[in-house]
Design a protein around this ligand. Structure first.
Ligand code: ATP
Ligand code: MG
Length: 190
């Protein structure tokens, strides 16, 4: 199974991102837009995992999540990577507005748990972002004008979600396998 750990977003935030995508669609060309209902914040991509390993690993994800208090997040500005001359991914930023921001530490704790479970280290630094679109063909997509980010209300985030991803011809299909609450929360997303 292809697995990843992520933060889910409240419905109204995904709806706001869907509105943003509609606006951007009119302003730039050459993108494959991801379905707004599936937009998430990836914390740790796990890749192919055997079912029996997954069962064993879940205790480590649960323990890592339980050591962190609930987060308050906010959507940030939009951008493209790796750069505007050859954009491959169009993303919206996400900011940790918690009193003591710990989103990076949460990702690091999951990374450490993943290494403990035998995963190869993730060498790339954690750059929290929400993928809104991917270029249809590299080098052909046009970057949106700078600025023009989404509406920026804060929202609480109270759990880490283990997703299964199935790569279908129509795009990835995500399924929630288990939710790991952060400390002192009922596991709500918003
Ligand atoms: P598709 O691959 O069909 O475009 P997708 O990227 O959303 O769809 P997956 O490839 O299964 O589906 O990825 C699931 C999540 O993990 C996504 O957020 C993706 O950006 C992230 N991800 C995928 N591969 C990696 C990787 N090698 N390193 C870090 N994150 C990854
Ligand atoms: Mg992918």
């Amino acid at each position: 199974m292809r697995l990843f750990l992520a933060l889910e977003l409240p419905d109204e935030v995904r709806a706001a991102l869907g509105d943003l995508q509609r606006r951007l669609r009119a302003e730039c060309r050459g993108w494959r837009w991801v379905a707004p209902g599936g937009i998430h914040l990836t914390l740790r991509f796990l890749g192919e995992v055997a079912a029996e390993d997954d069962r064993r690993q879940r205790a480590a994800w649960r323990a890592a999540a339980a050591a962190f208090p609930q987060l308050r997040l906010r959507l940030g500005g939009i951008g493209v990577c790796p750069g505007p001359s050859r954009p491959r991914v169009l993303w919206a930023g996400i900011e940790d507005r918690s009193e003591r921001p710990r989103l990076g530490e949460l990702a690091a704790a999951l990374e450490s748990a993943a290494r403990g479970a035998g995963f190869a280290p993730e060498e790339r630094p954690f750059r929290p972002h929400l993928t809104l679109a991917r270029a249809e063909r590299e080098g052909r997509a046009t970057a949106p004008p700078a600025g023009g980010g989404p509406a920026a209300a804060e929202f609480p985030c109270g759990r880490v979600t283990l997703f299964r991803s199935e790569l279908l011809p129509t795009g990835a299909r995500y399924t929630v396998l288990e939710e790991f609450p952060l400390a002192g929360s009922g596991g709500e997303v918003g």
